[in-house]
Ligand binder design. Structure first.
Ligand code: AMP
Length: 225
């Protein structure tokens, strides 16, 4: 199963990506999480990416495409993956399709989790993230059992630097200009599936499962990249 999750920052891509990963046993690959880890490790990629992230801009396509090509060739990806945060430009979407076509595979479904911009700003303001595994929580709607500690791995929670209101608004503007066209790209050939994201996590996931049930039974659900 090869899926991409689309939607504004705060739409719930990370949360739904984790739920899909644990139900279907395929990796949830968040490009934002990979880059944040690279930034904290001070790697070459992290140093190059840091300025873009902190300004709310996109990291250049070529860096991101290379990063994703390498990640989806790792052994845990042979039965598929869920990409969260990639593609973020039409150029990235085309490059991914080309890379997969060379291996006789394809993105099967692009799931667009839809929320309004105002809802995105509200959610981002109260979002917290695990410093170790990247799990995402919300101070009101998706709380941890222990105060400030991740339910999954026990890591400390933090507020992303780019989740401040000014950078969040910039990210939304960048999203509408550069990322929103990606939905049209997948709609052209019938791969786009939209979901109303302004509902509970369980309700959104029920719609996701409904869409995915068709794929799981399909002939091409788990071919090797
Ligand atoms: P996210 O955690 O998905 O919100 O990503 C955080 C930041 O990482 C974004 O605001 C971008 O600066 C950068 N980023 C993540 N994925 C991509 C991508 N596919 N293309 C360009 N920049 C990205």
């Amino acid at each position: 199963m090869r899926l991409v999750l689309l939607g504004l920052p705060g739409a719930g891509k990370g949360t739904q990506g984790e739920l899909i990963a644990s139900k279907y046993g395929i990796p949830h690959i968040s490009t934002g999480h990979i880059i944040r880890q690279a930034v904290s490790a001070g790697s070459d990629l992290g140093q190059k990416a840091n300025l873009y992230i902190s300004g709310g801009n996109l990291v250049p396509d070529e860096l991101m495409i290379q990063l994703v090509y390498e990640r989806i060739r790792e052994p845990d990806c042979t039965q598929g993956w869920i990409l969260d945060g990639f593609p973020r430009t039409v150029h990235q979407a085309r490059a991914l399709d080309q890379c997969l076509a060379e291996a006789g595979a394809a993105v099967q479904m692009a799931i667009d989790i839809r929320i309004t911009q105002e809802e995105a700003i509200k959610r981002i303001a109260q979002r917290r993230m695990c410093s170790q595994c990247g799990a995402v929580y919300h101070l009101k709607y998706y709380r941890t059992k222990g105060e400030g500690v991740c339910d999954i791995c026990g890591g400390d929670l933090f507020r992303r630097e780019d989740d401040n209101e000014e950078t969040a608004r910039k990210r939304l503007e960048v999203h509408m200009r550069q990322t929103h066209p990606v939905t049209h790209y997948y709609a052209q050939d019938g791969r786009l599936y939209s979901i109303d994201g302004v509902r509970s996590i369980d309700e959104v996931f029920a719609d996701v499962e409904n869409y995915l049930s068709g794929l799981v039974e399909g002939p091409d659900a788990g071919e090797v990249l």
